[in-house]
Ligand binder design. Sequence first.
Ligand SMILES: NC(=O)c1ccc[n+]([C@@H]2O[C@H](COP(=O)([O-])OP(=O)(O)OC[C@H]3O[C@@H](n4cnc5c(N)ncnc54)[C@H](OP(=O)(O)O)[C@@H]3O)[C@@H](O)[C@H]2O)c1
Length: 209
Amino acid sequence: MRINGTTIFIPGATSGIGLALAIRLHDAGNRVIIGGRRTELLADIAAQHPGIDTIRIDTTDAASITTAANEVIARHPDLNVLVPMAGIMRAEDWTTPGSFLEDAEATLATNLLGPIRLISAFIEHLLAQPDATIMTVSSGLAFAPLRPTPTYNATRPRSISSARRCGCSSKARAWGSSSSCRRRCRATSSPDTAMTRQRCPSMSTSTRR
Ligand SMILES: NC(=O)c1ccc[n+]([C@@H]2O[C@H](COP(=O)([O-])OP(=O)(O)OC[C@H]3O[C@@H](n4cnc5c(N)ncnc54)[C@H](OP(=O)(O)O)[C@@H]3O)[C@@H](O)[C@H]2O)c1
């Protein structure tokens, strides 16, 4: 990814890592648009950092994503980077019936479905842009899970693997649609089953390992 001269949307940047990243990228010479639900923070950030644009978005709400995506693309037709940063982490006790399902569903909606919907909303636009990049967010907890946050742990490796596992370029519209992508699929060395053949349909059994 180019780190200057780009136009970057970061939904989930009213605080924390997203805000710090937004300010650094803005200071480095990028046009930055931040999103989140807390409109008072959006207004404060816009006032403190002239040039940073803001938009209200709730990434658990499909309609909100569509509205915000249309607005961001209309305001910034050269947008070429999406960083789906919004995330939540809630402690869950799976041994206490009735206590964790709501939090688990909210975590899935925010951390996993949200980025997928965001990518769906922006991908057509991004495919037409030079140097287009989607930067997903992972966590060390994907690799060393924290016991009280099982759903959070599970959502973070999915988030990164969807973008990185095959490493397809933004022009490769589907997994397996380019030779470099097929090579990477082979390198993942999964067992040869109906499910894995679906992932890389152009690979024959004999080429898998
Ligand atoms: N902190 C860490 O150690 C760590 C480590 C690895 C990965 N991460 C990941 O990094 C990301 C940021 O974490 P953080 O620690 O900076 O957390 P944070 O300070 O709590 O920031 C979370 C951001 O996500 C936004 N957000 C949450 N739910 C949202 C929703 N439904 N719609 C839109 N925006 C939403 C929040 O904005 P609003 O509340 O205004 O909507 C806020 O801007 C998360 O995805 C997290 O999983 C964090």
